[in-house]
Design a protein around this ligand. Structure first.
Ligand SMILES: C[S@@+](CC[C@H](N)C(=O)[O-])C[C@H]1O[C@@H](n2cnc3c(N)ncnc32)[C@H](O)[C@@H]1O
Length: 288
């Protein structure tokens, strides 16, 4: 396949359309006001044009995937916290420009990463072509696949993925409980679900505290909420929400399984049996 990638080409991890539009509009409005006021009232008012440069430059920066370094730092921190193993299957929900999907694919030597999105027009201004191009630029086209699909109806069977992740997506979905249910459904028992989202979602009733409760009800254990300070698009606190789906292979070993580990080494009776049972109950309580 012809790739046509230049050495200097950087991935474009999108920009919230709102930032591009608002900065461009503000910049243009200041130019207009500066020119009209300068002509009509005083040449000094031409100075109003100067701040417009800042806004137009910001709009350009956003449209070119501005703040790329900060975005990459956030991605690295997220992947470090969530973990990744070679040969895993990973799903990035609301992948946009492939931001997390590509990051995970880069962090594995082999495996399968899927990014799904409906690529809504005002959802960050990204497209599937944009995601595919980024995968090429980052050299992981062979490990990552993009599909048009809705988070509320994920087209994969139960227990398909080792990790299901999302960034800045679930809080904008009106029926986010349904999206979370789907994400947990396609996760393997023992698999990890991780989200990077703001504390509040103004249109969807999203509140991180409610999300944590909801995930616990969806039989996720070890649900943790970790605040992260990021500078995207401004300095603010977002939350890494992480949990493990119950029912993993090593979870709740039966008494007989535990006993099997002692077989041949000790006599599994009396005090040893009591101790094994005590440890089993303690482990069971810890993993609840
Ligand atoms: C703010 S962007 C975040 C994109 C990417 N995860 C990132 O961090 O750069 C939100 C994304 O969620 C997608 N989205 C919104 N509703 C969705 C849904 N119901 N199912 C799948 N994707 C959705 C939008 O199209 C958009 O690409």
């Amino acid at each position: 396949m012809e790739t046509n990638i230049t050495m200097a080409e950087k991935p474009n991890y999108g920009s919230p359309t709102w930032h591009v539009v608002s900065n461009a509009m503000l910049g243009s409005a200041l130019i207009l006001v500066g020119v009209i006021a300068g002509v009509r009232y005083s040449p000094l008012l031409y100075l109003l044009i100067i701040p417009s440069i800042y806004f137009l430059w910001s709009a350009y920066g956003w449209s070119r995937g501005g703040y790329l370094e900060e975005r990459l730092r956030i991605r690295e921190e997220f992947i470090r916290a969530v973990g990744v193993g070679d040969g895993e299957r990973i799903l990035d929900v609301g992948t946009g420009s492939g931001f997390l999907a590509i990051g995970f694919a880069k962090a594995m030597r082999e495996g399968e990463v899927v990014g799904i999105d409906i690529w809504m027009p005002m959802g960050g201004g990204t497209t599937m072509e944009n995601a595919l191009r980024n995968a090429e630029i980052e050299g992981v086209s062979d490990r990552v696949e993009f599909r048009r699909a809705d988070a509320r109806e994920i087209p994969y069977p139960d227990g398909h993925f080792d990790r299901v992740v999302a960034s800045f997506t679930i809080h904008i979905i009106r029926d986010w409980p349904r999206a979370l249910r789907e994400m947990v459904r396609v996760l393997k028992p023992g698999g990890v679900l991780a989200l990077l989202e703001p504390g509040r979602g103004w249109a969807s009733g999203w509140k991180v505290e409610r999300v944590v409760e909801h995930l616990k009800e969806l039989s996720l254990k070890q649900v943790k909420l970790q605040p992260l300070t990021i500078n995207f698009p401004k300095r603010r606190t977002v939350y890494l929400i992480k949990g493990v789906k119950t029912g993993g292979r090593n979870e709740h070993p039966s008494i007989m399984e535990l006993a099997g580990r002692f077989e041949g080494a000790v006599d599994y009776t009396g005090e040893v049996k009591e101790e094994v049972e005590r440890l089993f109950l303690q482990r069971h309580e810890e993993t609840k």
